[in-house]
Design a protein around this ligand. Structure first.
Ligand SMILES: Cc1cc2nc3c(=O)[nH]c(=O)nc-3n(C[C@H](O)[C@H](O)[C@H](O)COP(=O)(O)O)c2cc1C
Length: 178
């Protein structure tokens, strides 16, 4: 099973990147996860949507060829980080490569609410006609207090979160296979 992963933060010490790396390693026997780079994508420009820059073409093609998409993202100002929205806007135009793709959403924040407001918006965005990602229903991975749940060496110290990630990832595998 080929899964592409999109991380909504581009900062070096990103907690979400650490969660993404943890998941990539932990679930390697369940799926092949390739992390995509949103940092190198230019700002979306509608003038270029039919013949976008090479980085965008490569990005879109990776999604097209994947069996599913895993998004791991922080919440910015109660919504989706601009870099992530920019990537989704590129994907939503021309050949709509996200349409029908199974999507799993994970979010992590040092705050209490675990990116819930971002994820509500992200689910709305996924339902837009040009996007059409099929988000795994009934499973919300909201990781609050993430700064206390990672060991800084690639591990996750909070066993309840690890167990929950295991369960939801198994649900996602079944969802992709169905
Ligand atoms: C522009 C900006 C807006 C933020 N807004 C929120 C927010 O609405 N909710 C939240 O829980 N955290 C918010 N934060 C704090 C982030 O959760 C925190 O910086 C987190 O570490 C970012 O994720 P990362 O570690 O993966 O980069 C915000 C941070 C930034 C830089």
């Amino acid at each position: 099973m080929k899964i592409v992963m999109i991380v909504g933060s581009i900062r070096k010490e990103s907690y979400n990147q650490q969660v993404a790396d943890f998941m990539t390693k932990r679930f390697k026997d369940k799926m092949t996860i390739e992390q995509l780079d949103i940092k190198s994508l230019p700002f979306f420009n509608q003038d270029e949507e039919e013949d976008p820059p090479e980085t965008v073409k490569i990005f879109k093609n990776k999604i097209k060829e994947a069996d599913g998409v895993l998004v791991v993202t922080p919440e910015y100002n109660h919504s989706v980080p601009g870099m992530l929205k920019n990537a989704i806007d590129w994907v939503s135009r021309g050949d709509r490569v996200m349409t029908g793709k199974p999507v799993m959403i994970v979010g992590a924040t040092p705050g209490f609410l675990g990116t819930v407001r971002c994820q509500i918006h992200l689910r709305q965005i996924m339902a837009a006609p040009g996007v059409g990602g099929r988000v795994l229903p009934g499973n919300e991975v909201l990781i609050g207090g993430v700064n206390k749940k990672l060991d800084g060496e690639g591990g996750m110290t909070d066993t309840a979160t690890v167990d929950f990630l295991d369960t939801v990832t198994d649900n996602f595998v079944k969802f992709v296979e169905a």
